[in-house]
Ligand binder design. Structure first.
Ligand code: FES
Length: 147
């Protein structure tokens, strides 16, 4: 049996098939809900169930606590509909809707994509992707500046 899900505050609606998570159904219907791990671990997909009931699915306790459930929250990457639902979640409409964050990261590996040319100032950087032959075909008669 399929269930109808209404997203608030947008009023968008989509259908959930048996065994399908709310997130998967929403994404399949073309609605962009926030998510991260899609595995019940990060909490990025957490939203509120305003009406109806869900099976919370398999998730980590840290991502969705008992108190969260009492507040009506669910992880939409794990939750499955047990009735028609109304959920509250902020849809991600465009890149501008994603908040800019500064996050720590670590570069694990860098790989040179091509031999750098000795033609442009950027060639001293790993970010120059021109090859010597590419540069020669673009600027066949390079002149050196003299002081
Ligand atoms: S996307 Fe990470 S818990 Fe749902």
């Amino acid at each position: 049996m399929t269930y109808q899900v209404t997203i608030q505050p947008s009023g968008h609606q989509f259908t959930v098939k048996p065994g399908e998570t709310l997130l998967a159904a929403a994404l399949n219907a073309g609605f962009s809900l926030p998510y991260g791990c899609r595995n019940g671990a990060c909490g990025a997909c957490k939203g509120k169930v305003l009406a109806g009931s869900v099976d919370y699915g398999v998730h980590q306790e840290g991502a969705l606590t008992h108190e969260d459930k009492l507040k009506g929250l669910a992880l939409f990457c794990c939750a499955k509909a047990e009735s028609d639902l109304t959920i509250e979640v902020k849809e991600v409409g465009a890149a501008k809707d994603i908040p800019i964050k500064t996050l720590p990261c670590r570069v694990e590996r860098m790989e040179k994509l091509a031999d750098a040319c000795n033609f442009c100032p950027a060639s001293t950087s790993i970010f120059c992707s021109r090859t010597a032959s590419d540069a020669a075909s673009r600027w066949p008669t390079r002149r050196r500046r003299t002081a």
